[in-house]
Design a protein around this ligand. Structure first.
Ligand code: ADP
Ligand code: MG
Length: 698
């Protein structure tokens, strides 16, 4: 019985119209899809509460009692209906803002009802807004009601009478009928090893829990299954790659690396930089093709590590390249790499959208002949016309800025794929990294170069602006430079630009003696470059910008980062922006300016920013606050798969267990060919046809 090929249209209570809605709104087409549409929460209806037990923290309660009387207040849109409800001892208000006429017709006083909803308090009285009401005598006893599932629906579904209750009513008989056997999707040895509930039991209990304990066991099993297959999929692809591609071997540490290390390096490497270099050296000498993610906070010195890796490649007769997401950043890499290299004799070139055609032709030839050692550029370097003689090492800076497709094209620049180092300053929590890039090795630079003073961060409201201006003036007079950043969100680009212009005017008024640069996305690359350059060279003291400066820009003399409307930025973005300062020897400051009215989450974001400079702590907090889908670093592409039940922020332990289980199986049977692993191979095939093939890309 293959449930994935059974159309829901033919289920009792569904029919073509509802089937269509379910498919369009939730992607539910088959019986299997439906059974895998898990409730997002449960409500305990196994007992009645007394009104004196109520507190505002309770998510949902049910109470038995009667309506004493109705009171109507206000007119028209401001109308409100209140019913005074009692359990015999105390009273509570039931409140409606809509459907008042209907409520008055339907519900009567002195009938025993069960009401149900979320309590809140107003003016010292508890109330429930828009409660669910049922006639008590028509309900089964609470012991039989148990935990009630709630399903995700959409507005469109609700307005077509397809709500959570309807879904429940469709799934219930379905499970009763096929209880005898839903084909198991995990092999018996795994169920046994991890003491997991079988699939049938799990699905029955996730939809209609017999009790809290069984619900818990069901959820554990389904989470495990979900995470296990994601890991198995990624890891199997990486095994496959290992079997099919040889990695270039960088056998020796040669002249360029050694001379650079001994004579050019202007400072000691940090312990973390040394450790990461050792990790990479082992990889590139192993005969396996390296895919490594290098995480390190802004300013931790990733570029230098990347450069030294590229020197290893060059010493072994290969070419190397580094790709950055913006032209400004590519230029900066080009400048700093050349400064580092000095007279070493490594041939470098810059390739961006602004590179002239004539220069390009020459460059293309030099790349093909192998004369050019090291190419630095933007996505211009993935174009098909750019061909290397022997590309051996690729660095992708700020990797999350690139689309999957762009990254994959770099793979194809040599017969065997080059070693790949992707770098990010947006630390991705370990659990998320494992889920997203399970086959990437991960290196972390968790130590800043010595002598940096931690940035001091303050959260101010508008009323502190005068003081802030004085502070800015003092800093500029002391020779420092200032960033002022405005939010830029696509939908309201016009307004944002206006804010930036107004802000700029204001700054010019307040600081008539200071020179100010302006950078935003609407400028032409050349103009942007020009404005930016004035700030980099110190000609302007203040840079007013939108978030285009977020990535990588390095102006060590800048000591103040002012973020306007900070409430509109996510945590990771705030942290990235803050990383633009604190790069020199001077004490640096980050000022978060916000509205007075802040939601609880926003307030928390500001608190975290003020409290810590630790990028990993911040990204963990970001994950907890926003959930993985919104996390900077994944939001562009979204997670490559949808997690239906596991939660990356909370199920880290489970993820590790699932990953280890997958690894152990693949150790013995890399391509899942053994008969005991038949179910696994089958499930993977099903999964791969349904999702994007990420594993083969990075
Ligand atoms: P990231 O790319 O990780 O944000 P960068 O590579 O731009 O950081 O490094 C930031 C600055 O720190 C650069 O000016 C770089 O030259 C310097 N730097 C890197 N490593 C060290 C070190 N070990 N000691 C001192 N300064 C360093
Ligand atoms: Mg960098």
């Amino acid at each position: 019985m293959d449930l994935s090929s059974q159309d829901i249209k033919f289920l009792p209570g569904v029919g073509p119209k509802k089937a269509d809605l379910l498919a369009k709104e939730l992607g539910i087409c088959s019986v299997e899809d439906l059974l895998r549409h898990y409730p997002y929460k449960y409500v305990d209806r196994s007992r009645f509460y007394y009104l004196h037990e109520i507190s505002e923290e309770m998510p949902f309660i049910q109470v038995k009692g009667q309506i004493i009387r109705f009171e109507k207040v206000g007119e028209g849109h401001n109308q409100r209906l209140t019913a005074i409800f009692t359990d015999g001892k105390q009273t509570i208000d039931l409140v409606w803002f809509k459907g008042i006429k209907w409520v008055l017709e339907k519900y009567k006083t002195r009938i025993e009802y069960v009401i149900f909803g979320k309590p809140s308090s107003f003016n010292g009285r508890y109330n429930i807004v828009h409660p669910e009401i049922e006639i008590a005598s028509q309900l089964p006893p609470p012991e039989q009601m148990g935990l009630q599932p709630f399903y995700n629906t959409s507005e469109k579904m609700k307005s077509n009478f397809l709500n959570s209750k309807t879904i429940q009513k469709i799934i219930f008989p379905l499970l009763q009928n096929i209880k005898t056997g839903i084909p198991e999707t995990l092999p018996a040895f795994i169920l046994q090893k991890f003491a997991l509930l079988n699939l049938t039991e799990s699905l029955v209990n996730v939809h209609f829990p017999k009790n809290a304990d069984l619900l818990n066991k069901a959820r554990q099993r389904l989470k495990f299954e979900e995470l296990f297959y994601i890991q198995l999929n990624i890891l199997r692809q990486s095994k496959w790659r290992d079997l099919h591609f040889k990695g270039f071997i960088f056998g020796q540490i040669g002249h360029n690396f050694n001379t650079f290390y001994k004579e050019h390096l202007p400072f000691e490497l940090t312990g973390a930089q040394k450790r990461v270099l050792r990790e990479i050296r082992i990889d590139v000498a192993s005969g396996r093709q390296m895919n490594r993610l290098l995480q390190g906070d802004v300013g931790s010195g990733k570029t230098l590590v990347a450069l030294m890796c590229m020197l290893m490649a060059i010493d072994n007769g290969f070419q190397a390249c580094i790709m950055a997401p913006t032209e400004i950043l590519a230029n900066q890499h080009f400048a700093s790499i050349n400064e580092f290299l000095g007279d070493l004799g490594v041939k470098t070139a810059l390739l961006t959208g602004s590179t002239r055609k004539k220069a390009r032709v020459v460059l293309h030839e030099q790349l093909r002949s192998g004369e050019m050692n090291l190419l630095i550029g933007t996505h211009a370097l993935i174009e098909d016309t750019v061909q290397f003689k022997n590309l051996g090492f690729v660095v992708i800076d700020e990797q999350h800025r690139f689309g999957v497709e762009q990254r994959s094209r770099l793979w194809k620049k040599n017969v065997n794929p080059p070693h790949i180092l992707v770098m990010t300053a947006t630390p991705i929590p370990r659990t998320l990294a494992m889920t997203l890039y399970g086959d990437l090795s991960i290196s972390v630079i968790d130590e800043l170069p010595p002598g940096r003073k931690p940035i001091q961060t303050y959260h101010y409201y508008e009323n502190k602006r005068q003081g802030l201006n004085q502070f800015i003036a003092k800093q500029v007079q002391a020779g420092r430079q200032i960033y002022i950043v405005y939010p830029l969100i696509q939908e309201s680009e016009k307004i944002d630009l206006q804010n930036l212009e107004t802000g700029l005017e204001y700054m010019c008024e307040v600081f008539p003696d200071f020179k100010i640069s302006k950078v935003h996305g609407k400028l032409k690359p050349a103009e942007k470059e020009h404005e930016m350059q004035k700030f980099v060279s110190g000609e302007t003291q203040i840079l007013v910008a939108t978030t285009v400066i977020e990535v990588g820009v390095n102006v060590p003399n800048a000591s103040v980062m002012v973020i306007e409307s900070a409430q509109r930025f996510g945590l990771s973005q705030l942290h990235q922006l803050r990383g633009r300062v604190g790069r020199g020897a001077e004490q640096s400051f980050c000022i978060l300016l916000t509205d007075y009215k802040l939601g609880a989450d926003t307030r928390k974001r500001m608190e975290i920013m003020v409290r810590t400079n630790d990028g990993f702590e911040i990204s963990e907090a970001d994950l907890q606050l926003r959930g993985p889908g919104d996390l900077e670093g994944t939001q562009q592409s979204g997670l490559p798969f949808e997690l239906k039940i596991a939660n990356i922020a909370r199920d880290g332990k489970m993820l590790e267990i699932a990953r280890n289980a997958a690894l152990e199986i693949l150790e013995k049977d890399p391509l899942l060919e053994k008969s005991e692993n038949r179910i696994l191979a089958q499930q993977l095939r099903k999964m791969v046809t349904n999702t994007l093939n990420w594993g083969s890309i990075s």
